[in-house]
Design a protein around this ligand. Structure first.
Ligand SMILES: [Zn+2]
Length: 126
């Protein structure tokens, strides 16, 4: 199937194990760096930086979810945890759009990303 080529993480420059390669914002990342990239403080999407800032400036403490974000959140709560790619498939979103929603929900602490064996699970926030 695939040729066995060594791929190094664009961020930490470690060799990426087979099956642990993730693409994020045009970079090849290892699993650890990908999980890290999901953290909104390091997000590379300018819209999110703006969004996070807006949220911080919101003194009322009431965070507003978009309809799509609410649906994703409900799905995660309902299932108690969904594998990240499966969750994306359920909503039929492209990768960039999905990451944007996930990062926003993550920032609001509505969800959390957890490693389960070889999978990245999206689970309800604490
Ligand atoms: Zn890495």
């Amino acid at each position: 199937l695939h040729k066995d080529v060594d791929v190094n993480c664009d961020k930490c420059e470690n060799k990426i194990q087979q099956g642990e390669q993730y693409e994020h914002c045009g970079q090849n990342l290892c699993e650890d760096c990908y999980m890290d990239a999901l953290s909104p403080t390091r997000i590379c999407n300018p819209w999110l930086v703006h969004s996070a800032k807006t949220l911080q400036d919101n003194t009322s403490g009431e965070l507003h979810l978009t309809e799509l974000q609410s649906k994703i959140h409900q799905e995660v709560v309902k299932t108690g945890g969904v594998e990240i790619n499966e969750l994306r498939d359920r909503f039929g979103l492209d990768e960039a759009e999905f990451e944007k929603q996930i990062a926003t929900l993550h920032h609001m602490e509505k969800i959390q990303a957890k490693k389960r064996d070889d999978l990245v699970m999206i689970e309800p926030g604490e």
